[in-house]
Design a protein around this ligand. Structure first.
Ligand SMILES: [Zn+2]
Length: 377
């Protein structure tokens, strides 16, 4: 039996091919009949040829569907269950499963296909939550948890600072430096008499990149009560979307992000920057927008050298967090946040295409003519 699948043939070249239908290989596998597969921004690194990889594999690390078949050691799922897969096959509830393999790579065929083999099904699959709009399920595979994680790390970093004697700020230390654009003196004193949570909510957080993940990061930061979330992008439509989630837009090419952030923070810089783009310029910009001792939370899929030196790090005293979200670990928390935001997310999926039009989906997404593309199977 064969199935239709989206195959990576090389840069800017993906297309539908007939492949043997996915089959169980290990006893911990499941076969999922895919209903919807997403095209993710991190796949564009491969699509554009920036990420060195082989060819010939099936694309896609975002998919939801129905369990078709299970291996003998799968205990949490039955054929017929509606499931969401996380983007990487993982054995257990760990931050980084040593056996983890991302879907849609030469090591593991992805879910932009009629069927997909899911290794470690008990760890990799999640039962589809019943309280979430079905159209939004696909966001739980990767982008929402990733954006949520980017903001959470920033907020957790700020909490640590405000609770720590070593790095927390006192009114005396901040003399002459107004917090977040607040007036000095009494207002500053009252600022510090607030609870740690209150302080964090008064922080300035910048999100660089307002594609799908950036919007999720903004939604998560706003959900945590952060009042001043700035959104940076070069695409106006994305900033309109960011603003609808309560972010303050900064348009690259028109506004100067550094000048803008310095102005609103009285030359102090942002308390935290969440960078989701995954290129050097965005990372450098994140570094430059931060205040001394700020938090840089990067979830972008970077391929290059770091755009700052060890000395610059040393001088800035910043805290840097990099890397991939442990989706399974934070799945429930991220889901709560998405569920709370689901009404606002309704317009978020801009293009629903049949699988046959996957090549067009990649093209328009790559050209930022689409917000989020999903393939219906
Ligand atoms: Zn992704």
């Amino acid at each position: 039996m064969s199935m239709k699948a989206v195959v990576f043939r090389g840069p800017f070249d993906v297309g539908i091919e007939q492949r043997p239908r996915s089959q169980l290989k290990d006893s911990t596998d499941a076969i999922v009949r895919v209903n919807i597969a997403g095209i993710c921004g991190s796949e564009l690194h491969m699509y554009r040829g920036h990420q060195q990889t082989g060819t010939g594999h099936i694309m896609g690390h975002e998919f939801v569907g129905i369990v078709e078949e299970i291996g003998s050691d799968v205990s949490s799922f039955q054929p017929g269950d509606e499931v969401v897969s996380i983007f990487s096959a993982v054995w257990g509830l760990t931050n980084r499963c040593i056996n983890g393999t991302a879907f849609g790579t030469p090591l593991l065929d992805g879910g932009q296909a009629e069927y997909v083999r899911v290794p470690f099904a008990d760890g990799t699959l999640q039962h589809a939550p019943t309280n979430l709009d079905r159209r939004l399920l696909i966001m739980m595979c990767d982008i929402f948890p990733t954006g949520y994680y980017g903001s959470q790390r920033a907020i957790e970093g700020l909490k640590t600072q405000y609770n720590s004697k070593l790095t927390s700020f006192t009114p005396k230390e901040t003399h002459g430096i107004a917090q977040n654009g607040a007036e000095e003196n009494e207002q500053n004193l009252s600022y510090f008499s607030n609870s740690a949570i209150g302080k964090i909510q008064e922080s300035t957080i910048v999100v660089i990149g307002c594609g799908p993940v950036g919007i999720c990061a903004i939604a998560a930061a706003r959900w945590e009560g952060i009042k001043k979330v700035f959104a940076i992008d070069s695409v106006e439509d994305r900033l309109v979307e960011a603003a609808s989630f309560g972010a303050i837009p900064i348009l690259l090419g028109k506004d100067d992000p550094k000048e803008h952030i310095m102005k609103v923070t009285n030359n102090r810089g942002a308390d935290a920057v969440v960078e989701v783009v995954g290129n050097k310029a965005a990372l450098r910009s994140a570094f430059e927008l931060l205040r001394p001792c700020g938090i840089l939370s990067s979830v972008g899929f970077h391929q290059d050298e770091l755009p700052f030196t060890a000395l610059e790090f040393y001088q800035a005293n910043i805290t840097v967090n990099f890397g991939r979200v442990p989706v399974r670990t934070i799945f429930d928390d991220a889901l709560r946040c998405l569920t709370a935001n689901q009404d606002k997310m309704q317009n978020y999926i801009s293009h629903e295409l049949p699988l046959n039009e996957a090549a067009r989906g990649y093209r328009i997404f790559e050209q930022t003519k689409a917000r989020k593309v999903i393939l219906k199977i």
